[in-house]
Each structure stands twice: as structure tokens, then as C-alpha cells.
Design a protein around this ligand. Structure first.
Ligand SMILES: Cc1cc2nc3c(=O)[nH]c(=O)nc-3n(C[C@H](O)[C@H](O)[C@H](O)COP(=O)(O)OP(=O)(O)OC[C@H]3O[C@@H](n4cnc5c(N)ncnc54)[C@H](O)[C@@H]3O)c2cc1C
Length: 389
């Protein structure tokens, strides 16, 4: 990073989602002078649309480390402001007859255990004993992760933005930013005037972090830097569910059916509805599809029996990479990127934002996610991130 030892490094963070505000907090508390540019509201893009399913059940060593650190920090922050980490086990399973996913589960669970994750196989009798609200009769192979929970993702982003401010960061919302990678400059303008594209204000920094979620590829392309990222659309809904049975509901991922569900303060939340095609980050359908609502109702009825009316449903964007690992680290001298989470960005944000901050301050915490491992023009298909295969 540019800048001298005697002065505080100046860092711009583009994007006030969960990852950007975490990085801003971790930079500011380590004495960097930080400005966050967010074109909408804090947590107003993918973060505010996330399901808030949190777990550390990852098999690869670097993913397991990130997962462990993220959950540790969620616990640390819980109770601060409106943010609450609600401890709830996570059960994922392959149905009987789905040998491909059963085999993947049989392989992954011992690997996760080797990484120190608190996960174990569970048979149908164990599951019935522990979580009687769910119909487990079609389950072939299942595992339970204990180090897991759920939350309202917006409350996390708000808390971390506040903590960043308290640590000295400047957080500007409603401000759209562009990056000049050669000069390490940020050209910003009030978001409502961005289309006219005049009156941009230029500020120079020692480092710039682009954590702009689904807009990261476009933002970096304007700066002349190609990165292999593809936004794709996913969907979720909330529905009513009996309060007593809710207390007995774990978070579940049916790997065969490709959907998840979790308890929610007003009932339950379920999601999937993944469109495995690239979306335009400025032009995509925000509402959930009727087909997604219908199919999810059928799934919930099959798994839980009675549940209440659908209350809300929506779509949002996740971002894919060619190898399903993120781009996290220095792309060009002083220009850093943090994006491409494949549907696991929120649950890992406390660790990924921290790792982004550390890499800006000169450490290389996660070499596996080096953004320079790609040319930027790779051809690849969008594959949903939670897939077990
Ligand atoms: C329906 C749904 C369910 C999901 N469920 C989960 C889940 O259960 N668990 C999980 O881990 N993940 C989940 N995800 C994924 C998760 O939402 C994302 O991985 C995560 O929120 C990404 O955070 P981020 O900070 O990288 O991006 P974002 O939250 O998208 O933040 C990027 C920010 O950058 C801003 N920005 C963009 N361009 C500019 C610019 N030029 N200038 C200024 N600001 C700019 C945007 O306005 C935005 O606020 C889900 C996603 C969806 C849509």
C-alpha cells in the first residue's frame, strides 16, 4: 500500500454492504482513515435481501477458517445494537435414492470434522428425536452443524456501519463512486445525479477497496480491469408458522430439492429459486416469481405440514466466480477487491471484511482467494453456491 509509516493510511471502501462495512470497521479500528461510499442505503442491496442463514460447515481448510472466524465474530457482536445471532443448528441432507449427493455428504462431513468443525452425521431417528417439527421420512444421509444460527442481515450491516463511524470512519450514503485505478482516485457524485454524470468530486487515497457486490464487475470494467464475476438472481419468502413448533425447527437445507428453510421471528423463511444465468445488476426483477412461491409452498407443506400464509417474497443477487471461490485481495497496486461469494457472502462477511482490511494493511490472510488467479475474461457457467455435489 502507498503512504508513509508516519501518516495514517487513507482508504476508500466502495460499497456499504455487510463486507464493506466490516472492512471499514476493521480498517478504522486499526487507525486507517476510511471513507465508505454507498450509493444507496447501508445494507440496502444483496445484504438486506439475504436469508441470514449462518454456519461454519465448510470442508476446505481456508473456507473452514473463514467460517469459524465469522461465527466467532457474529457471537461477539450479538446483543450490540439491534443485532442478534440466534443459535440454531443447521441440518443438511440428501434424500433416499440421491446417491450423488449422499456420497458428497459422506465425503464432506469427515473433512469438516478434520478442520475442527462441530458437525456430525445424524440418522432419521436422531433427527426425529431432536427436531420433531420436521418430516424426515425421506432422508437418506444427513448431517448437523452445531456452530450455526440466523439473524436479520440488515441489523448486522447497520451495527458495523455504526461501529465503523465510532472508530472514526466517514460513511457516505446516497453517493455513487467510480474508481481511477492509475491515480488511486475515487470520483463520486450524489446517486440521484449519477446519470447526468457531471459534478463528480475527486479524492485520492492510499488504497481503494471495491466491495460493490453485484456491481463490482461493472465498476472495475469502467476502471479498465476485467474480473470474472457474474451476478445471478435468487429468491426467498417468509410465511407464518406456529410459534411453539418454531422453537423446535432447525435450519434445513434439502440438497436433493435444492432449497433451505429456517425459523424467522414471525414464522419461517425459505429460499432457493436460483436462476443460473447472468443478471444485469441494474436491470433485474426484484419481485419473486409466482412459480417460486408455488413450488416453495409445496416443499414446506411436504416437510412441515401446516404453515401460515406467505407474508413476503423477494429476489436478490448473488455473485458467481469460475471456481466458486471469492476474489479477495490486491488486484493492482493499491486497488483491492472483495466480491464473488456464491451465496455465502453474508455468513462469512465478518471474516471476509476483516481479511480484506488485513490485506490492505499489508498482510496476506487468504492467498487461496487471490483475485489475480484469473485473467478476467474466463468463460464459465453460473452455478448456485449452496449446491452439494
Ligand atoms: C435471497 C437471498 C438470500 C441469501 N441468503 C444468504 C444467506 O442465508 N447466507 C449468506 O451467507 N448469504 C446469503 N445471500 C448472499 C448475500 O446476500 C451476499 O453474499 C452478501 O450480502 C454480499 O455482501 P456484499 O457486501 O459483498 O454486497 P452487497 O450487500 O450487495 O453490498 C454492495 C454495496 O455496494 C453498493 N455499490 C455498488 N456499486 C456502487 C458504487 N458505484 N458506488 C457506491 N456504492 C456502490 C451497493 O449499493 C451495495 O449496497 C443471499 C442473497 C440473496 C439475494
Amino acid at each position: 500500500m502507498r503512504g508513509s509509516d508516519e501518516t495514517r493510511p487513507t482508504v476508500a471502501v466502495i460499497g456499504g454492504g455487510a463486507v464493506g462495512v466490516t472492512a471499514a470497521y476493521d480498517l478504522a479500528r486499526r487507525d486507517a482513515e476510511v471513507v465508505v461510499y454507498e450509493k444507496g442505503e447501508i445494507g440496502g442491496a444483496s445484504t438486506g435481501r439475504a436469508a441470514g442463514v449462518l454456519y461454519d460447515a465448510f470442508a476446505a481448510p481456508e473456507d473452514a477458517r473463514v467460517g469459524e472466524r465469522a461465527i466467532e465474530r457474529f457471537r461477539e457482536f450479538s446483543g450490540d445494537g439491534d443485532f442478534e445471532f440466534r443459535e440454531t443448528p443447521y441440518v443438511w441432507f440428501a434424500r433416499e435414492g440421491d446417491e450423488k449427493r449422499a456420497e458428497a455428504l459422506r465425503e464432506q462431513v469427515p473433512q469438516m470434522r478434520e478442520q475442527g468443525r462441530d458437525v456430525s452425521f445424524a440418522d432419521v431417528a436422531d433427527l426425529r428425536d431432536r427436531f420433531s417439527a420436521v418430516d424426515w421420512s425421506d432422508v437418506g444421509v444427513a448431517a448437523v452443524a452445531e456452530n450455526a444460527g440466523h439473524t436479520d442481515p440488515g441489523s448486522y450491516a447497520d451495527l458495523l456501519a455504526e461501529k465503523a463511524r465510532d472508530a472514526g470512519a466517514t460513511v457516505r450514503t446516497g453517493v455513487e463512486a467510480r474508481v481511477d485505478a492509475d491515480d488511486l482516485a475515487v470520483d463520486s457524485v450524489a446517486a440521484e445525479s449519477a446519470a447526468a454524470d457531471d459534478g463528480r468530486e475527486r479524492e485520492l487515497f492510499d488504497a481503494i477497496l471495491v466491495a460493490a457486490g453485484a456491481h463490482t464487475k461493472r465498476l472495475l470494467a469502467i476502471a479498465g480491469i476485467p474480473v470474472p464475476l457474474k451476478p445471478y438472481r435468487v429468491q426467498a419468502l417468509t410465511a407464518g408458522y406456529d410459534e411453539e413448533r418454531r422453537a423446535d425447527l432447525p435450519m434445513c437445507y434439502d440438497a436433493t430439492g435444492g432449497y433451505y428453510l429456517r425459523p424467522h421471528p414471525e414464522g419461517l423463511l425459505a429460499g432457493d429459486g436460483t436462476e443460473e444465468v447472468e443478471s444485469d445488476p441494474d436491470d433485474w426483477k426484484r419481485d419473486a416469481d409466482r412459480e417460486f412461491r408455488d413450488i416453495t409452498r409445496d416443499r414446506l407443506a411436504r416437510r412441515l405440514g401446516d404453515f401460515g400464509a406467505v407474508r413476503d417474497s423477494w429476489a436478490g443477487l448473488c455473485v458467481a466466480t469460475p471456481d466458486r471461490d471469492p476474489l479477495l485481495g490486491e488486484l493492482r497496486d493499491g486497488l483491492f477487491v472483495a466480491a464473488g461469494w456464491q451465496g455465502h457472502g453474508f455468513m462469512r462477511a465478518p471474516a471476509l471484511g476483516e481479511a480484506a482490511a488485513e490485506s490492505i494493511l499489508g498482510e496476506t490472510p487468504l492467498p487461496e482467494f487471490d483475485p489475480n488467479r484469473f485473467e478476467g475474461d474466463e468463460e464459465f457457467d453460473v452455478v448456485e453456491g449452496m449446491t452439494v455435489e
